[in-house]
Unconditional design. Structure first.
Length: 228
């Protein structure tokens, strides 16, 4: 049986791209898992020498970091479109959170082996990769919140400046972590999980909404809410 990528053999690999290498790395990770997958395995899947892979990624660690970065971008890029939309802030924030949750849930439940491989890579990745990903997510939330503050829809108790809005954005991400942080993935198949997020969202929206009733309030940067 002719292996995938064997048509490169004898034809040179000058046209080999980083994206093709990353695609092959994903196939290898699926087959062998992150503990056993090697650069040689990736090269073999492509039908090229391992030196060809190293021309794009100077080490195994660099290749693994690139796989992690692409996976994290696949999570954050669709969310950026919601953050950039016009319109009322709270409905946008709810859709943003629901898309984040659904994206992570699909990755876990539809392809648990691949998710486990990615999760292991993320745990081994340089801390900067995960830190940057979290900063991107917080920045997207902050953009939505800032729009809401500017429109008078949202109140942040600690002020309306960028620092206060950014802190509130991080509080939103942290407060909903049970529904999108992979450490809680074992809970995501619960039939009650959607209703439980709905309850958290209603409480959070009440804390964010400006000019609310007695059941509503203002969100503080530490995630607490002051009732009105």
């Amino acid at each position: 049986m002719r292996r995938q990528g064997a048509d490169r053999e004898g034809a040179g690999d000058a046209a080999l791209t980083a994206e093709e290498i990353l695609d092959a790395a994903e196939r290898v990770l699926r087959r062998f898992g992150p503990a056993k997958a090697t650069v040689v395995d990736v090269a073999r899947a492509l039908g090229v020498s391992h030196g060809s892979v190293y021309r794009h990624f100077p080490s195994k660690a660099a290749l693994r970091a690139a796989v992690v970065e692409r996976w994290l971008v696949r999570v954050s890029a669709p969310l950026a479109a919601i953050a950039a939309e016009p319109g009322p802030a709270l409905p946008r924030l709810e859709r943003w959170l629901r898309l984040l949750i659904e994206t992570k849930r699909r990755k876990v439940l539809d392809d648990p082996e691949m998710f486990a491989a990615y999760h292991a890579l993320v745990l081994d990745a340089p801390p900067a990769a995960v830190t940057q990903h979290i900063a991107i997510l917080v920045g997207q939330i902050a953009r939505i919140l800032a729009d809401g503050v500017a429109a008078g829809e949202i109140a942040v108790a600690d002020g309306a400046d960028a620092a206060a809005v950014g802190a509130a954005a991080r509080a939103v991400l942290d407060a909903t972590g049970r529904f999108h942080n992979p450490t809680h993935a074992g809970e995501w198949s619960s039939p009650a999980i959607a209703a439980e997020f709905g309850a958290v969202w209603r409480l959070m929206a009440a804390g964010l909404r400006a000019g609310g009733t007695n059941a509503q309030g203002t969100l503080h940067a530490d995630g607490s809410a002051t009732a009105r």
